[in-house]
Design a protein around this ligand. Structure first.
Ligand code: SAM
Ligand code: SF4
Ligand code: SF4
Length: 333
């Protein structure tokens, strides 16, 4: 089995299919930076579906079992269901997931399901139109995301919801959001992270997961939460259920880092392989692909990168500073 320098296997591959997005979340692609003049990647730079499929096969040959499509906003990539279908045909792939802001799900959910997708993760930070409008940078109403969630459920997809929590921004409405969604979806609250270079992160803005959990039961009407076992080794969300069996997930990337179990590789839309969300450098696989590398050569290159991997940024946070990190919109979280 292929393992890195800290003994971690390669199990997951996150594939970013575009660097573009139809939102401008302040913690990810702030509008001041990603404005009208921002130079997004030209189409010719992006990996084609054939190239993505070829690389995905190489990763699967090396041990990857789970694929996740992300962005930017992956639903902006034309013909995405076709890519889902292609990836679903790779022998050895056990699970394909998609992370999306949900805005285009009413149009695409049924096609994605027909292409073989089983589940989606939809990001939604607040049900308060003002709070959400501010956070998404474009004043988009939360109902549009709720419509996307509904469309996904109608199409037969299972849904998880990701909520990034920022102190003083959306931390007042967490319980309300959880109550509104818990029948349809597992809500997972994510600690605000210092990804990229532009989101003005500071530790004071992080609401520790234990505080999030306390807020969910703050008014005393909910039964205590009890922890439940992870679904699989390396699951990033710590799971809890309330007395009625409703689940909530807490992703404590800052207060309880999970680098020790991190088996995720990330492929940017232009084919650069990153071995950590907070990396500054990656390995250009597209160059090899377009220079005619054989499957064996691609596998050897990827294996070499993984075997050399020693990333554990979240465990070292505070001890090290990193001048330049890859943008979240390039590797998709
Ligand atoms: N556009 C899609 C979406 O928003 O779901 C997929 C890409 S987005 C970069 C993937 C996930 O990363 C989203 O759930 C988003 O909320 C999360 N994310 C982005 N910036 C973050 C940050 N600074 N801290 C924590 N999570 C973040
Ligand atoms: Fe777009 Fe997703 Fe980033 Fe928000 S979190 S700006 S929806 S890529
Ligand atoms: Fe994995 Fe890097 Fe996150 Fe640690 S900081 S869990 S190594 S992506």
């Amino acid at each position: 089995m292929l393992v890195d320098r800290l003994g971690r296997p390669l199990r997951d591959l996150r594939i970013s299919v575009t660097d573009r997005c139809n939102l401008r979340c302040t913690y990810c692609m702030p509008a001041e930076v990603f404005g009208p003049d921002y130079a997004f990647l030209p189409r010719t730079e992006l990996l084609t579906f054939e190239e993505i499929e070829r690389l995905a096969r190489a990763f699967v040959d090396l041990g990857v079992r789970k694929l996740r499509l992300t962005g930017g906003e992956p639903l902006l990539r034309r013909d995405l269901p076709e890519l889902v279908a292609r990836l679903g045909r790779i022998a050895g792939v056990e699970d394909i997931a998609l992370t999306t802001n949900g805005l285009l799900l009413p149009r695409l959910a049924a096609d994605l399901q027909r292409a073989g997708l089983k589940r989606v993760t939809v990001s939604l930070d607040s049900l308060d139109p003002e709070v959400f409008g501010r956070m998404n940078g474009l004043n988009v109403h939360p109902q549009r995301v709720l419509d996307g969630i509904e469309a996904a459920l109608q199409a037969g997809l299972s849904v998880k919801v990701n909520t990034v929590v920022q102190r003083g921004v959306n931390d007042e409405g967490l319980r309300e959001l959880w109550l509104a969604l818990r029948e349809q979806a597992v809500v997972r609250f994510i600690e605000f992270m210092d990804v990229g270079n532009h989101n003005g992160w500071n530790l004071d803005a992080v609401v520790p997961s234990r505080e999030v959990l306390a807020r969910l039961i703050a008014d005393g009407t909910s039964a205590e939460f009890r922890p439940v076992n992870p679904n699989y080794r390396g699951e990033v969300a710590a799971r809890y259920v309330d007395g009625e069996g409703h689940e909530v997930g807490l992703i404590s990337s800052v207060t309880a880092p999970f680098c020790g179990d991190c088996s995720r590789a990330r492929l940017s839309a232009v084919g650069v392989l990153y071995t950590c969300l907070f990396a500054s450098e990656g390995t250009d696989l597209r160059a090899a692909l377009r220079a005619g590398a054989s499957d064996a050569a691609l596998r050897a290159q990827i294996a070499g990168v993984w075997q050399d991997r020693r990333d554990r940024y979240s465990e070292e946070r505070g001890e090290i500073t990193r001048a330049h990190k890859v943008e979240m919109s390039h590797i998709g979280g």
